[in-house]
Every structure is written in structure tokens, then in C-alpha cells.
Design a protein around this ligand. Sequence first.
Ligand code: NAG
Ligand code: NAG
Ligand code: NAG
Ligand code: NAG
Ligand code: NAG
Ligand code: NAG
Ligand code: NAG
Length: 345
Amino acid sequence: MFLLIWTTVFLSGISADTGASVWGQQHCPQQGYCVTLSEGELTAEAGLCVVIPCSVTTIFTPRHVIWSKCKTAEETLWDSNRIFHTNKSQSVQSEFRGRVSLLEPDVSQRNCSIMINDLRESDSGFYQLRVEGSKQSEAFTFASKAAVTVKGLSQKPTVVIPPLTAGQQTTLTCTAPGLCSGSAPKFTWSWRGKTTAYKSEETQRHTSALTFNPLPKHHSTSVTCTVSFRGDITTEETQTVNVSYVKEVQITGSRNVTEGETLSLTCSVESFPPSLITWAKMSESDLQEDTDTFTQDQRTGALSIYNVTAEDSGQYVCTATHLNKTHKMRNVTVTVICEYTTLCF
Ligand SMILES: *[C@@H]1O[C@H](CO)[C@@H](O)[C@H](O)[C@H]1NC(C)=O
Ligand SMILES: *[C@@H]1O[C@H](CO)[C@@H](O)[C@H](O)[C@H]1NC(C)=O
Ligand SMILES: *[C@@H]1O[C@H](CO)[C@@H](O)[C@H](O)[C@H]1NC(C)=O
Ligand SMILES: *[C@@H]1O[C@H](CO)[C@@H](O)[C@H](O)[C@H]1NC(C)=O
Ligand SMILES: *[C@@H]1O[C@H](CO)[C@@H](O)[C@H](O)[C@H]1NC(C)=O
Ligand SMILES: *[C@@H]1O[C@H](CO)[C@@H](O)[C@H](O)[C@H]1NC(C)=O
Ligand SMILES: *[C@@H]1O[C@H](CO)[C@@H](O)[C@H](O)[C@H]1NC(C)=O
């Protein structure tokens, strides 16, 4: 008994290692009649599609392929539960009409694989095959069935957001899960829960593109793409967008400072990502980048000069460097007011 279990584990290990290219086992209920269906259960999600792989061998040349759906593995009822017939004049269950197709339209290829689109959870069941030839006597119903389970839709759309820069038109894309040939899904884009007025279009059957001009106000807001499949089946994906932008430089603090006191100025700029802020003092001739004479903080933009003297009067320039390439400047004139000495003037 132990040996038997061990052998089973060992063999299944081998088939996993070799990649298990075999998708099913052939069943030959009668000489000359064989069918290969997937072993085990096929699982799929509502709104998407499923392929039931199938290949068949018959003594006669197949002319028609017929599929039926049974609720249990034992049930066999032919005409009432038919879901597909290659002869379009033959009736099929109304709920399957137009949703089932053969992967290989040439029936004589003995490839009986079908795809069922716009899946519903009620499509779960056992699918059974019948093959008919050109003569009345040429027909065979296979007892083997392919088990299909359809679960609620859990896959989400894929939203792709390129790096966004304020003022530069851009396109976001949303791709629906599944690649089925059934009804094309519907796309809805929204910002913070409100349907957007920006233009979107389906660039492909399963992809929607939203084109817009990003603004600073879009930074750190959320965009949602909702995909609706036939039968009120929806799925959505939300992402937070980052927009790189830089606004105008602002300087705060008193420009007039009494000799001996501290000059405190703050330079700030609203931007994403944060900018680096540097202060420099203008001399008569040119801009001094000599920052030894005062302390500054590149993140907060604070400039402090303790114990100011008349020499500290003049023009100070604040430069905000954004993303290493955009430089925004603003200058301020500082006046040191003399109270204690006459050296000021
Ligand atoms: C399809 O079915 C109709 C109705 O039974 C029949 O008259 C017709 O001959 C069939 N066509 C083929 C190609 O088998
Ligand atoms: C059936 O045909 C489809 C489409 O050509 C193909 O992808 C699939 O592999 C075929 N299946 C078999 C069992 O030959
Ligand atoms: C947005 O920026 C934040 C902070 O820099 C970062 O953590 C996040 O991953 C960014 N989001 C996207 C979608 O790029
Ligand atoms: C600074 O002083 C100048 C004259 O010295 C005056 O015109 C200006 O209004 C003062 N500015 C502030 C903010 O006090
Ligand atoms: C301020 O500067 C003056 C002139 O350079 C100096 O005499 C004084 O000691 C300084 N005061 C402080 C508190 O550093
Ligand atoms: C900015 O540019 C300098 C020199 O070109 C480079 O060394 C540095 O890595 C850059 N920084 C960023 C954040 O791109
Ligand atoms: C300083 O700023 C003013 C306006 O804010 C501008 O007119 C002037 O040209 C600037 N000076 C320098 C040297 O950048």
C-alpha cells in the first residue's frame, strides 16, 4: 500500500516536470471511435470565455459536430440540452445561441474544440459530444464529458499609466481581462468616482485609451477603469496618478531687517516630485554661488543670516530646480536697517 502511494506521487512528479503536454486522455468506447477531452475540471470566470479542447476519431468522415450540456455527469438528453450544432438550421438552447463556436471550422479535421463566450455561472456543467456523418446511420455519441465550472469574475483590468507631466497630452490605457471573441466589453473611466468628460476610445476590442492633458490638480487623484461584460458582469481597477509639475516660486519673510538681528527668508515652490531650492546673493557684477556666507536648507528653502550687517543688503535669488532640468527663479531685495552703528551708509 505504501509502495503504491509512493509510486503515484513519484509519477505525478514526473509528469509535472516534463511540462505535462498531454491535455487529456483518449477514450475509445468502441473500435474506431475515440475522443480526447480535458481530464479534470476546466474553470473559467463569468463574463470571460472557456475553450473545451477536444479531438475525435470516427470511422466515418465527420460532417456535423453537436455539443450538449448536462447538469450531472450521468445525464444524457439529446435534443433539449443541445447547445451547439454545426448545422445552423438545427435548434440549440436559446441561452447558448451565438455564444458557442468551433475553433477549427473544418469539421473533417477532427478537431471538435469549442469556445463558449460571455460565460455565466449557470454555464457550469458537463459538456458532451456527438458526431454525425453524411449518412443517417453515421452518428456517434460519446459518453465522456468535459466538466466546466464558471466562477464569479475576479480578474481585473490592466491600467497602464505612463509618466505624466503637467501640460503634456498623454494616453492612459485599460485592457480588459480575457481575450474572448464574444461581445466586446464596455469601458468607463472615472476620476474619484465621477465619470470623466475626457475622450476615450476603444483602440482594440479589449483596450480603451483615455487621452487628456494632465494638470497639477490631477496629481495624487485616483482614476478608475470599469469594464462591463454582457450580463451585468463588471470588474474595475483603480490607480493613483502622479503628475510631475512645478508652480511659481514664492518667497516669504521680512525683507527689512535691523542690523545685528537675523534675516530669515523662506523660498517655496509647489511641485511634484519636490524641487531642490538654492539661494544665492547677487553682487554688482554677477551671481555669487558662494553659499558659505549663509545657511540654507535645500528642502525647506529656509535662508538664515545671523547678526546681519550692512554688507548683507542686496538682492537674493532663490532657484527651484525641478527634476534636474527646470529652473524657476525669484529674487528679493533685502535692506539692512541701521540703528546701532553709523557704518551702515
Ligand atoms: C441542416 O438541417 C436541416 C434541417 O434538419 C436539413 O434540412 C439540412 O439538410 C441540414 N444541412 C446539412 C448541411 O446537413
Ligand atoms: C483545434 O484547432 C485550434 C485552432 O486551430 C487549435 O488551436 C487547437 O490546438 C486544435 N486542437 C486540437 C486538439 O487539435
Ligand atoms: C506616485 O508617487 C509616489 C511617491 O513618489 C510613489 O510611491 C508611487 O508609486 C507613484 N505612483 C505611480 C503610479 O507611479
Ligand atoms: C522695507 O523698507 C523700505 C524702505 O527702506 C520700504 O519702502 C518697504 O516698504 C519696507 N518693506 C517692508 C516689508 O517693511
Ligand atoms: C555681530 O557683528 C558685529 C560686527 O561684525 C560684532 O561686533 C558682534 O560681536 C556680532 N554679534 C554677534 C552676536 O555675533
Ligand atoms: C542630476 O544631474 C546630475 C548631473 O548631470 C546627476 O549626477 C544627477 O544624478 C541627476 N539627478 C537626478 C535626480 O536626475
Ligand atoms: C528680480 O525680479 C524682478 C521681478 O520680480 C525682475 O524684474 C528682475 O529682473 C529680477 N532681477 C534679476 C537680477 O533677476
